[in-house]
Design a protein around this ligand. Structure first.
Ligand code: NAP
Length: 338
């Protein structure tokens, strides 16, 4: 029998994941949908052949919902994840796990008390083929011990509602997770440098930002976040090791020769860059949830990303290097990283 999924949040990514669950992924069906906007829930439910519901609580409580997908607004995530864990149901939660570290800790406690992993957090880069190949190379010791990592996260433009804090909390949160995974180390401090801002931005927005992180093993990381770069969606990562340098490959695109020039088109949309990773991520979730558990980025990873996010936002405000304040990792969350 397919995994019967209840979707909480029928906005942009909720619609994407519902389409994925119904047309791409094997072994799942969407049976329930809710959203603050009843008409949006109704439309998506009709598309998926599911029933619309008035609230997330109703979706979690429905006996024939086997697993829950949380794609609502970030500040609502903790409530729904806690409800799913209390009901013993596997739950996929889009990032962030929670907007507040204390809520993340409540989720860790609830899942630990349950005794089996139920939570997967939506850090899809771990399922991206290029990042996975980079990690295999680093893990194999091909470039020796990593010493420095240079990263960039560039978007063509962002809407006027985007704030300076979102550069960390919405954007660099993916870098933070993938760096922890790639290096298998925690990030222990954050600093943010603020270069001359681009004139192609809104007055309230510091863009670009240069985030500097240090890991528990002393690796230094710089992350350029430039969300009005104009030219494309460009994700870069280069690991400098003791004996060599390994770099994330660019997405494969044909080179075109025309009018006396040769060129390769740059990806401009994050859905195109990470579409396959999203598919693999949701398939992995369905596979694990069908067995009553979860794999991949854990509630601990969600907590760590939120804790680093808090330190980075403070670093942006103060200009200081801010230590990351984190509880020790419970043994429940030790073991192989996905
Ligand atoms: P969105 O388009 O605004 O969709 C969020 C939806 O949730 C909206 O329809 C919203 O309704 C609804 N909602 C808000 N509170 C709710 C509640 N209490 N119960 C039920 N529904 C509720 O946002 P989005 O871009 O899809 O983002 C959703 C989440 O996914 C965010 O946490 C975001 O960070 C994450 N995300 C992750 C990635 C990734 O790369 N992994 C990419 C995009 C988004 P209203 O509009 O009426 O408030």
């Amino acid at each position: 029998m397919p995994l019967r999924v209840g979707v909480i949040g029928a906005g942009m990514i909720g619609q994407e994941h519902t389409r994925r669950l119904t047309t791409v992924v094997i072994g799942a069906e969407v049976v329930a949908v809710t959203d603050l906007a009843a008409d949006r829930a109704g439309l998506l439910a009709a598309e998926a052949g599911a029933r619309p519901h008035a609230s997330g609580a109703e979706v979690v409580a429905r006996p024939d919902v086997d697993a829950v997908l949380v794609t609502s607004w970030g500040p609502t995530h903790a409530e729904y994840v806690l409800a799913a864990v209390a009901a013993g149901k596997p739950v996929f939660c889009e990032k962030p796990l929670a907007t507040d570290a204390a809520d993340c800790l409540r989720i860790l406690q609830a899942e630990t008390a349950h005794g089996r992993r139920l939570v997967q957090v939506g850090f899809m880069r771990r399922y991206d083929d290029a990042y996975r190949r980079l990690k295999r190379l680093v893990d194999a010791g091909d470039i020796g011990a990593p010493l420095i990592v240079h990263c960039a996260h560039r978007n063509p433009t962002v809407p006027v509602s985007y704030t300076s804090e979102m550069a960390m909390l919405d954007t660099a949160i993916h870098e933070v997770d993938v760096l922890r995974w790639l290096l298998d180390e925690e990030i222990v401090s954050a600093q943010v440098l603020t270069p001359r801002p681009t004139r192609r931005r809104f007055d309230h927005l510091q863009d670009p930002q240069l985030m500097l992180f240090e890991t528990s093993g002393g690796v230094r990381v710089d992350v350029e976040v430039f969300v009005n770069c104009q030219y494309g969606y460009d994700i870069r990562c280069e690991v400098v090791g003791e004996t060599g340098v390994a770099r994330l490959p660019d997405p494969a695109r044909p080179a075109v020769r025309q009018d006396g020039r040769e060129g390769v088109a740059v990806v401009t949309d994050w859905r195109e860059r990470f579409g396959d990773a999203f598919d693999a991520e949701i398939q992995a979730w369905v596979d694990a949830a069908s067995a009553g558990t979860a794999t991949g980025p854990s509630a601990w990873d969600g907590y760590a990303a939120t804790a680093v996010g808090d330190a980075t936002v403070e670093a942006l405000k103060t200009g200081e290097t801010v230590p990351v304040d984190m509880e020790p990792r419970p043994s429940f969350y030790s073991g192989a990283q996905q």
